[in-house]
Design a protein around this ligand. Structure first.
Ligand code: DGY
Length: 332
């Protein structure tokens, strides 16, 4: 019997997902949460036709060239800034991501971070845990209203839209958004969201949430100049990607109370966190967990596995990023 094609799982995933893949492939896996170095990754990918990756593994022209048998890389993430998609297309490597399965869960978390930031949840908890609570006072940890306020959304893809619905329908918020392209009228109406330019978004939002994909052109899309345009009472939440916010500028703005507070799930250079963010009190910090419910993380891993299976067995990936290469330059 001919041996099965070989694939690599670059990070620890759920055992039943590994079994699911083993039904089709010889599976080599990283059974830890340690990230392979670029050289280790290339070494492990030798002879592999497919790989399951996460945002930590950079897959670019050099990897494609060094791994000539590699036909598909499936990110266990909706974001794919770790892939150089044009380079992979040029090399004939199919790339996939995991849209849809994490939309509602991530929107829930975005809203949790808006609430925690506006209502000073972690700051007040630290105060209590430190034994500093010895009396109640009328303005103790007084935060900002969420209901009825203006929610600004930068980046209005699926997750942005799910956050808009929560804000408008659940919290009676006025929702404004800015996006590379404006949504059609029916989607705007369904999300109860109004399109504005970026300057208006910054100026009018009481709570600004970032949900846009990272690219070189939106590196530091929110820096000192943008923060200066926000209300001094506003809050800023980033669940998108580190690098979209200039973390050093944000830490300084928080320290100087140029905005009220921030909530961050993603960081430049994570898992390292800018040291200044660790010392300002008015920021809620979480370790990139916006899609982290067991159901959703399982669904993401399953979709990545199914993409590899569907492409390598039938040539039909489920959620491809560069489907245009299939039959036109894709490696066989
Ligand atoms: C995503 O899906 O992009 C999340 O940020 C996890 O990496």
């Amino acid at each position: 019997m001919p041996s099965k094609p070989a694939i690599l799982i670059a990070r620890k995933v759920f055992p039943d997902i590994v079994d699911h893949l083993r039904a089709h492939f010889e599976v080599e896996m990283n059974d830890t949460d340690d990230v392979y170095s670029p050289a280790q990754l290339i070494e492990r990918l030798q002879g592999k036709v497919g790989a399951l990756t996460t945002g930590s593994e950079r897959i670019d022209a050099a990897v494609a060239a060094a791994c000539p048998q590699l036909r598909v890389v499936a990110n266990i993430a909706v974001g794919f800034n770790n892939f150089d998609v044009p380079a992979l297309s040029a090399a004939g490597v199919l790339a996939t991501n995991t849209p849809d399965v994490l939309t509602e869960t991530t929107a829930d978390f975005g809203f949790a971070l808006i609430m925690a930031t506006a209502r000073r949840l972690t700051e007040s908890e630290h105060f209590l845990r430190a034994g500093q609570w010895n009396r109640w006072s009328l303005d103790m940890f007084a935060g900002a209203e969420v209901h009825g306020s203006t929610l600004g959304i930068l980046g209005m893809g699926r997750i942005g839209q799910a956050i808009a619905r929560r804000g408008a329908l659940g919290f009676g918020m006025k929702v404004i958004y800015h996006n590379r392209s404006r949504l059609d009228a029916a989607t705007e109406a369904e999300c109860r969201a109004r399109y504005v330019d970026k300057a208006t978004l910054l100026r009018e939002a009481d709570h600004l949430i970032l949900v846009l994909p990272y690219s070189a052109e939106n590196h530091h899309a929110i820096g000192a100049a943008e923060i200066a345009q926000m209300k001094s009472t506003a809050t800023l939440v980033n669940i998108a990607r580190g690098g979209i916010v200039d973390d050093a500028a944000l830490a300084q703005a928080l320290r100087e109370r140029r905005i009220a507070a921030a909530g961050l799930d993603v960081f430049e250079g994570e898992p390292k966190v800018h040291p200044d963010l660790l010392t300002v009190p008015n920021v809620v910090l979480t370790p990139h967990i916006a899609s982290a419910t067991l159901q959703t993380r399982r669904a993401m891993a399953k979709l990545a596995a199914d993409n590899v299976i569907a492409y390598l067995t039938e040539g039909r990936p489920i959620t491809p990023l560069n489907a245009e290469i299939i039959g036109k330059g894709a490696r066989e």
